[in-house]
Design a protein around this ligand. Structure first.
Ligand code: FES
Length: 215
């Protein structure tokens, strides 16, 4: 966990905040669920915690009238998506998560299926290119005939059915998947940390990542 925390910024920089706001301003279909909440005030960090998401954390709405409330297994329908934070850990922007609900039959490798629950799959919402906040789009595009995750900053597109692999644009690696579960109360909880560090990583680490993932 110590290594994990080293990778987490201690404070949200002005640049990261602007990236977040830029992403939010361009949020597309997901905005239908989020539009009432995209204010600067809602982006301000209320919590004192800078801790990373960890196993057992309840996932809560990041925005909107339900902000701070637990996500239940029936909170969203198939082909809907929402921004969530681990409860009381919204001061760490690296904890921002995109929770997508898909038809479980459409989830494919390299998605880690054991890290999904009833079609819910969770990814970091921080683009791996320069850290803008990604959004969700139902719109089919040329070569992308399915709902997808889209980064408004430079057009990065990720496939949520396949471990958020990059299908277009400059992001150098997928959005890291977060393991999730549904607890006995029917609430979505984290089952660990991200598969890899969220957001942009230093070039030296990126080279190591490329080496490791060379096919
Ligand atoms: S920051 Fe996402 S594509 Fe550039």
């Amino acid at each position: 966990m110590a290594e994990t925390q080293e990778k987490q910024p201690k404070n949200v920089s002005r640049r990261r905040l602007m990236q977040w706001l830029l992403g939010m301003s361009a949020a597309g279909t997901a905005g239908a669920m989020l539009s009432s909440a995209g204010t600067i005030q809602s982006m301000q960090r209320q919590s004192k915690s800078e801790e990373p998401v960890t196993a057992g954390d309840r996932l809560v709405f990041a925005l909107g009238p339900n902000k701070g409330q637990a996500i239940r297994h029936d909170s969203i329908l198939i082909h809907e998506a929402i921004y969530v934070f681990p409860e009381n850990k919204d001061s760490n922007h690296d904890n921002l998560i995109f929770l997508v609900r898909l038809d479980p039959k459409t989830l494919q490798p390299p998605t880690i299926i054991e890290w999904t629950a009833e079609g819910f799959v969770a990814y970091s919402a921080n683009c791996t290119h320069l850290g803008c906040t990604v959004n969700f789009s139902h719109e089919a595009m040329e070569g992308v005939p399915y709902p997808h995750l889209h980064c408004p900053c430079h057009g990065g597109i990720f496939d949520p059915h396949r471990s958020a692999l990059v299908v277009a644009g400059p992001p150098p690696r997928p959005l890291p998947q977060l393991p999730i579960k549904i607890n006995e109360q029917g609430e979505l909880i984290a089952a660990g940390w991200f598969k890899e560090p969220p957001g942009p990583i230093p070039e030296s680490e990126l080279q190591q990542w490329r080496q490791k993932n060379k096919s």
